[in-house]
Design a protein around this ligand. Structure first.
Ligand code: SAM
Length: 332
């Protein structure tokens, strides 16, 4: 079946594809109601990223405690020429969950230095992509942006159909860690299935490290991560037109060593109940939580096993000097 999308011409160097087929508002409503009626209660982390959530995520990236972004950026800064050399002849970069695309600039710069015009395909559920696409076009001559607003899976179908040429896929920020391990494998298999011979995947993994450093990264002193987590309740209020008291919830995040992951939850500070779109009563006991995100932390063994199980082989990998983060280049 052909991929469903609407194409929007922004200017000669910027085209937007809106992945279609779903009414995003009603999908959000259905998913939230289902998640809050489940036991334990969960909401997918993809729902963090409305405009406010995307803005807050960018603030998290520059908190002193959140080592993830600056560490990955330092690896990219040091090795982007090697990454481009390992992909010589390609002029197509497709990025999953591109956000502000700030770190990707190192890669785009190195590709552009090879002399060919470069097409960049950022994929994101958030419209932050429009702003970041425009900024890139201002800063890079010889760049064309074909952004896809939509979910990873739908976007991958569009990519296979519209951009079949040889490409580098990029998946940064250890966003792979937001999937439970079986789903991470399933997702990498999907990426692998959409890769042609010679295509590569550059993927970032946050590594297991001292628990104090991990816990601090998701509990910054300024409270930006707490605000990011609590923004989910505000989003529910905005999208359902409800008046749930945000002060009745509290942010918590902690490393769970048995599962090798940071878990982020919203804790209900009291017994409370409300209804969403006449969905019936959704009730919370005091201290009951909504599980809002997992962020798996990887060992080299876990990365190798995941790649192998997904039918991918690691051709290069780079770490920072503290061994906090690893970038891997993979092929089918
Ligand atoms: C953790 S942020 C990482 C952003 C950027 N890649 C970085 O490394 O800083 C995750 C990004 O993926 C996007 N995202 C999350 N779930 C998504 C999904 N299912 N489909 C498409 N984009 C998604 C979010 O909007 C957000 O911009």
């Amino acid at each position: 079946m052909p991929a469903e999308y609407e194409k929007e011409h922004i200017n000669d160097r910027f085209t937007l594809y809106h992945a279609g087929g779903n009414d995003n508002g009603s999908v959000f409503a259905e998913d939230v109601i289902k998640g809050l009626k489940a036991k334990p209660k969960t909401i997918s982390p993809k729902y963090f990223y409305d405009d406010k959530g995307s803005e807050l995520f960018e603030k998290i990236c520059i908190t002193p405690e959140y080592y993830v972004t600056r560490t990955e950026a330092s690896i990219l800064k040091e090795h982007s020429a090697e990454i481009a050399a390992a992909n010589s002849g390609k002029n197509l970069v497709v990025e999953l969950g591109s956000g502000s695309s700030i770190k990707t600039r190192y890669i785009l710069n190195a590709f552009i230095k090879n002399g060919l015009p470069v097409t960049y395909v950022p994929i994101d559920v958030s419209e932050i992509l429009i702003q970041s696409g425009n900024m890139l076009l201002n800063d890079f001559e010889g760049l064309y942006v074909n952004g896809i607003i939509g979910e990873y899976e739908q976007a991958l179908e569009i990519v296979s159909e519209v951009f079949p040429h040889s490409k580098l896929y990029v998946f940064l920020g250890s966003s792979i860690g937001n999937f439970d391990l079986p789903h991470a494998e399933e997702f990498l298999k999907k990426i692998s299935a959409s890769m042609n011979a010679g295509d590569t995947l550059l993927i970032g993994f946050d590594l297991v490290k001292d628990e104090g450093i991990l816990n601090a990264a998701y509990n910054d002193e300024e409270g930006v991560t707490a605000e990011f987590n609590l923004n989910l309740i505000k989003r529910i209020n905005r999208e359902f037109n409800t008046g749930i008291d945000v002060n009745n919830f509290e942010h918590t995040a902690f490393f769970n060593p048995a599962k090798s992951r940071i878990e982020m939850h919203l804790i209900s500070k009291c017994d409370q109940s409300f209804s969403l779109n006449g969905s019936g009563e959704i009730s919370f006991k005091k201290n009951e939580t909504i599980h809002t995100e997992n962020s798996y932390k990887f060992t080299d063994e876990m990365i190798k096993e995941l790649a192998l199980a997904s039918g991918l082989s690691i051709t290069n990998s780079w770490k920072d000097k503290n061994n906090y983060f690893e970038l891997c280049l993979m092929t089918r």
